[in-house]
Structures are given as structure tokens and as C-alpha cells.
Design a protein around this ligand. Structure first.
Ligand SMILES: Cc1cc2nc3c(=O)[nH]c(=O)nc-3n(C[C@H](O)[C@H](O)[C@H](O)COP(=O)(O)O)c2cc1C
Length: 382
């Protein structure tokens, strides 16, 4: 192994566990569960194949029926889903890996067709840009504009926080090593954080402190129900994906990160999705604990960020779709397989469990290990 990769392949303490290397499989929605949100044999196999990542962060999992945004995505609010996830976590652990479950409530980005006719909920009744066209590539969500959501009452906000708490309890029961709150990509926690989607004048909106209160309450409740080392958070400061906007992302996220730092959480996943300001340099120093950076990393840039002491871990998304043995390929410098975007959100094994390990890949599918990463497009990100 080359010297500059040594730290990337060294262990790291992350909350209650120690992971064997600094490579994380980033969370990716792939829509291969049952219609009622139970993980399938395909899910078990997909995650088992990728267990040589130091940490797997699961695809987004809805903590309640109202948090569901897409067909065939998994949930974690009933016994069948817990049993389904237990099969996944057992398989990953038997293969020597570790796995956090990503808790994702989509809030206003759902649709009555997904919710038995109910209107999606949000901090405020602000409709996502109806002209925006996301997920044109095979994504099983209704192909029509997002509607106007219903603003949660104060009592309902407390009830949603309790759903997050309950999902941590069930994640523990399902054998996960921890949970990661998805507070990025314009989903519910980010709808509370962002100035264009949170117009509330009660304790959940207005100042930076009040906009951050929902996320921090979820963190506190999930910690109280489990332990600080069981809870992690993902943020994407300043990203406008799904039509969220923040008047002052540096102020908002400086507050959020400082508050998270006080709580001793397992790690902070920090995404820089093409911002024109230094997300990592501005926010990483405010967090006292392990930081995972994500989006657009290559083997080289990951090793550099880790060796510089900036990041403790790097999340790799699309590279993990097509390279189940990504850790081995990076360790040895073996060629990589490029993912097929057209099967990101289809059903079945194709493009999901049929990417072979390096030794079994036909040479015409391979590209050099340090080739540029697959660009992220608004059509394909979940
Ligand atoms: C198919 C697909 C699904 C995704 N789903 C999620 C998700 O459920 N939760 C999440 O936090 N990020 C999601 N993302 C974002 C990835 O976690 C990652 O941040 C992104 O792909 C950038 O990393 P990369 O450049 O290494 O691919 C998704 C990305 C892709 C390509």
C-alpha cells in the first residue's frame, strides 16, 4: 500500500464502535424495498457486498408513514420493517462491517398519492417550485409538480420529534450501530433550517436558534433514548437542492455545528455540494468530534483531506454503486467500474447487486482508479 493511503486504511473510533478504515459508503436511496417499506433479500445482498467499507450509511429510511416520499423506499416504524433491517445489519456485521441507518423524513417533498391521500407536512405551507423537474431518471415518485404542504401545529411538531426518537429505538432493536439524521437535501429538518421554507413565528421559526430547534430536539431525544455515540447528523450547508434557500448559511450552520459539537454525537457528515464558499474550512473547526466529508471525492482527494487532518472519514456515493469492493480497489490501486445512471432508481437486481468485484469485471468496463468522479445531477440525487 502506498504511504499516503495509510491513514485512510487505519481504524477510527466513531461513537460506540471502531471502524476498520476511513471509507464510508454514503447514503443512497435505491428503491429496492417492498411497497410497504420492508427491506428485501436484494437489500441484504447489496449491503453485504459492500461491508468492507469502514462504515455503511444506509439509504434514507422514513421514520413514519408521513415521512415517505418515494415508492419502494424502506421505513422503520413497525415490526416487519425492524425484522427486515435486522437481516441487513446481521449480514453486514457477519461480513465484518458496520452500518448506521439514515433517518429521512421528506416533509413537503411527498405527495398525496404516496400518503393515502393525506397532504404532506412541513414547517410552513410553502410549495416547492412547481416548475422544478427533479428525478426524471426512472424515479418512482409521481411525475407532477409538488403541491402545497400543510404547516405542522406545535403539537404535531412535538409528535414528529417523537417519531425520530422512536426510530432510534427501533434502529437499536434492528441491530444498527447508530442512526444518522438526514438534515440535508431539502428534507424536513432542512425545511426547518432554511429561511425560505420556515416562515413560522413560534418557537420553531424565526431566528437561527429557533430554526435549528427542530433538528436539535430530534438529536436530543434520540440521544436520550439511546446514547450520544448512537446518533450522527448529515448537513449540506447552503445547498439549494429541492428548492430550499438560506439567507445566511454560514450563520445558520455555524450555530448548528457548534450546538452539535456540545452533544458528543458519533460524527458529523458534512457535504459540500458545489458551494462557492469554503464549507469544510468554515465549519469543520467548529465541531469537536469525527467529521465525514462527502461529495465528489476521488481516492486522491480523499487521502489528502484525511492526511491533512481536515476530515476523519470520507463518504463515497456513486463509486460505491458500481464498486462493491471499493475499499480493496482503493487500497491496491485497482481499476474502477463506472456506474450506470439509468439503473439508480429501477427495481430488481440489475444495477444493484450485479456489479462484480474487480477480479470478475470485464476489462472494457474499467477505468483508472483516479479517474474523475461521476458528476452529480439534479436528476439523480436523492
Ligand atoms: C442514487 C443516489 C441516491 C442518493 N440518496 C441519498 C439519500 O438517501 N440520502 C442522502 O443523504 N444522500 C443521498 N444521495 C447523495 C449521496 O449520499 C452523496 O452525497 C452524493 O452521491 C455525492 O457523493 P459522490 O460524488 O461520491 O457520488 C444520493 C445520491 C445518489 C447518486
Amino acid at each position: 500500500m502506498m504511504d499516503h493511503l495509510e491513514t485512510m486504511f487505519s481504524p477510527l473510533k466513531l461513537g460506540n464502535i471502531t471502524v476498520m478504515n476511513r471509507m464510508a459508503m454514503a447514503p443512497m436511496t435505491r428503491q429496492r424495498s417492498t411497497l410497504d417499506g420492508v427491506p428485501t433479500d436484494l437489500n441484504v445482498e447489496h449491503y453485504r457486498q459492500r461491508a468492507s467499507a469502514g462504515l455503511i450509511v444506509s439509504e434514507g429510511i422514513y421514520p413514519s408513514f408521513m415521512g415517505r416520499g418515494y415508492l419502494f423506499t424502506p421505513g422503520l416504524h413497525n415490526d416487519r420493517q425492524v425484522l427486515g433491517w435486522k437481516r441487513v445489519t446481521d449480514a453486514v456485521h457477519e461480513a465484518g462491517g458496520a452500518i448506521f441507518g439514515q433517518i429521512m423524513h421528506v416533509g413537503r417533498l411527498s405527495d398525496p398519492l404516496m400518503l393515502d391521500g393525506a397532504q404532506p407536512v412541513a414547517p410552513s405551507a410553502v410549495q416547492p417550485d412547481p416548475t422544478a423537474r427533479h428525478y426524471t431518471v426512472n424515479c418512482p415518485r409521481p411525475k407532477r409538480p409538488y403541491g402545497v404542504p400543510r404547516a405542522l401545529t406545535h403539537a404535531e411538531v412535538l409528535a414528529v420529534i417523537d417519531e425520530f426518537r422512536q426510530s432510534a429505538v427501533l434502529a437499536h432493536k434492528a441491530g444498527f450501530d447508530g442512526v444518522e439524521i438526514h438534515a440535508a437535501s431539502g428534507y424536513l429538518p432542512m425545511q426547518f433550517l432554511s429561511t425560505n421554507t420556515n416562515l413560522r413565528t413560534d418557537q420553531w421559526g424565526g431566528s437561527v436558534e429557533k430554526r435549528a430547534a427542530f433538528l436539535l430536539a430530534c438529536v436530543d431525544e434520540m440521544i436520550a433514548a439511546t446514547s450520544p455515540g448512537f446518533v450522527a447528523v448529515k448537513i449540506a450547508p447552503g445547498w439549494t437542492f429541492h428548492d430550499v434557500f438560506d439567507d445566511d448559511p454560514v450563520a445558520t450552520y455555524s450555530h448548528v455545528v457548534k450546538e452539535l459539537s456540545k452533544r458528543g454525537i458519533a460524527y458529523l457528515q458534512l457535504g459540500n455540494y458545489g458551494m462557492d464558499w469554503d464549507v469544510y474550512g468554515t465549519l469543520r473547526p467548529l465541531f469537536d468530534g469525527p467529521a465525514m466529508f462527502v461529495a465528489g471525492f476521488t481516492r486522491q482527494s480523499a487521502a489528502t483531506a484525511i492526511n491533512n487532518g481536515d476530515a476523519d472519514m470520507i463518504g463515497f456515493g456513486q463509486a460505491y454503486i458500481a464498486n462493491p469492493d471499493l475499499a480493496e480497489r482503493y487500497r491496491h490501486g485497482w481499476d474502477m467500474t463506472r456506474p450506470d445512471i439509468s439503473t439508480y432508481y429501477t427495481q430488481g437486481a440489475e444495477g444493484y447487486t450485479d456489479y462484480p468485484v474487480y477480479a470478475e469485471t470485464s476489462p472494457d468496463k474499467l477505468q483508472p482508479v483516479d479517474a474523475p468522479p461521476t458528476p452529480l445531477s439534479a436528476d439523480t440525487t436523492g
